[in-house]
Ligand binder design. Sequence first.
Ligand code: NZQ
Ligand code: ZN
Length: 384
Amino acid sequence: MNNFDFFNPVRIIFGKDTIAQLPELLPRDTKIMMTYGGGSIKKNGVYDQTIKALEGFDFIEFGGIEPNPHYETCMKAVEIIKRENTGFLLSVGGGSVLDGTKFIAAAAKWEKGDPWDIPAKKLPLKSAIPLGCIITLPATGSEMNCNSVVSRESTHEKFDFHDPAVYPKFSIIDPECTYSLPERQTINGIIDSFIHVVEQYMTYDVNTPIQDRFSESILRTLIEEGPKVLENPFDYESRANIFWSTSMALNGLISAGAVQDWCTHMIGHELTAAYGLDHARTLACVMPSVWRYKFEDKKQKLAQYARRVWGLNCDCDDFAAKQAIILTEEFFHAVKMPTKLAAFGIDAKEAAAEVMRRFEAQGRLFGEHQDIDAAAAFKIVENA
Ligand code: NZQ
Ligand code: ZN
């Protein structure tokens, strides 16, 4: 096992009717900014529950944070925060609202020029405005991590940053808030979190049996519960199990001491930036292609996954690993997620050239062996 530094300071309040606990979690000695997205919270009752819980607090609202939150929108919130002297942020919505809020929290305290440098140049933060969240979409794990992904509308760029200063102080997870999700977002969440796990698992063995089995249990849970919520969106138990899976998938637990890949995500971010394709949809198309491209490097883990997650009874690693890819694609299709860019009207060859150009411009390397460069990304996307 590799050395690691494991830290997760997020307080989780999980379950039915938990928004009512907000007053015990929020500060009373400062002005609060409540951030939200395009209005889903006004249709499903989350807005009303939040406003009720905020009674007696000094707060302002900032709505309109888009999916794949825009830097430009976030900077408008920063202006208001500075003017209004706001000391706490409450994000109410999905991963995009929360990521946007993390960026706002960081940008409002940034003194070294354009805050876009935070994600673009991965500059460390000195501080950020403290924040908490009510998370309404199980997918990103943003409620339990210090990551944020921000898009710049004017340049069609999408970059992530990670900084302990933007960990939420608390995250309220009420699975009932997810009953209102459009099916497309429910599917996106299952796939995004599934792929978060494999980015931290499908690499090579460094003797991490605990982390491997945590990962396998999350994957198994998503495989079992995913189809149930598509069948019955009001199945509280499945909604709850899926939400907890997505939080566990990207909170540092399974990556501690393990080897990580993340090239599917980095390629996916470029596809979203270039084509506006949903984050999870990019991943579903890219990941099987990554597995085929890096088949020999990942074979041992693929075979382990086939046996432990899919119950395959077979001694031959090569066969088991190949089956692992097929079974995974079949699962994605069973939860109505296509695995080819063509299904979304995107020409894979053209997309490959676009991603290669972007990777070349950034000059960064990804993958567990740091060997996914622009040329490798081209080959992966070409077959996606
Ligand atoms: O904007 P509103 O009106 O709220 O509607 C949203 C949005 O249209 C809607 N929605 C959210 N909760 C709902 C709901 N509709 C009905 N009922 C609810 N309970 O769903 C749509 C999508 O929301 P969004 O927040 O964009 O989805 P998600 O949570 O999947 O976040 C995606 C973003 O997170 C980034 C992605 O790149 C993308 O920008 N990621 C963040 C990560 C992190 N912070 O750790 C890791 C991920 O890998 C990912 O990159
Ligand atoms: Zn993701």
